[in-house]
Design a protein around this ligand. Sequence first.
Ligand code: GDD
Length: 322
Amino acid sequence: MSRIALITGISGQDGAYLSHLLLAKGYEVHGLCPRRGSDTLWRLRELGVHDHVRMIDGDVTDLSSLVRALERSRATEVYNLAAQSFVGISWNQPVLTGQVTGLGAVNVLEAVRMVNPQARIYQASSSEMFGRIQAERQDERTPFYPRSPYGAAKLYAHWMTVNYRESHGLHASSGLLFNHESPLRGIEFVTRKITDAVARIRLGHQRELRLGNLDARRDWGFAGDYVDAMWRMLQQPQPDDYVVATGRTVSVREFCALAFGQVGLRYEDHVVVDPAFLRPAEVDVLLGNPEKAHRVLGWQADTSLEALVAMMVERDLERLAG
Ligand code: GDD
């Protein structure tokens, strides 16, 4: 029997890696894709899957387009990765963030309930929901305390996923994913901003890198590992929530040291702290406990932070050289 997936947010980092994984498993992969001017599909091209996924016009803020996409694709697995996913900008666009990141998820749940309630749903929840952390290591039982409009919108989407599971019996699972990076990361996120600057500085295109809070700590993993956890959640007999993380936390400063060190430079010679990149409210530290994902899903983060940094710096050097 052919397995069919519909991915919202297919043009993003996770959408590209998940498409690659599902195609390799023999899935027919459909992507919900808003028509936008610029080349939003470069990530799918980089992974060589662009010609193998079927695009359907639509947007998670438009319920009717989701209904049509589900009818057309006949998807049995739906991965909701669409979001306004940049925390920093969510203070400037709190309403849009709520509409896309929060209500968009409810549109997905509602469309599945209406068209095919047997379909399985993955909701991309976020460690940003832990915000001002209530436990040293965050797991599925840790109370939430979001610190940004983005975190609050994700929390609404998360509880609606739980609610549709409990009210309508949908097979809807939520992945509480900690930060996950790759060479396909957008340049607005701190890791890629750093590795791109490291490559530019190494090649003499720029001298300094302006960043905000260097003391923030994150549990950073490789996105390619994390999409496998998403898929595993939907193969379980019962839907549930899972923390997906590495279990190691590192500061932005330490990330800089690793990335600059990769090309024989010292970050202290190039990084300048610029208050323009500080946030109105910060999430100081995140550290996940992925024990449940390991025990139930048989999942673990295979890629070390050192390997991830090396992969990202190398790819940015190649891009610039090319
Ligand atoms: N973006 C950015 N730019 N962040 C900076 C900078 C800078 O110049 N300087 C310091 N930082 C700090 C931020 O203040 C934050 O504490 C940390 O670096 C990470 O920022 P981001 O890479 O923008 O990621 P995030 O943690 O806010 O959010 C990401 O992870 C979430 C999971 O916890 C995003 O991918 C979210 O969509 C995701 O849900």
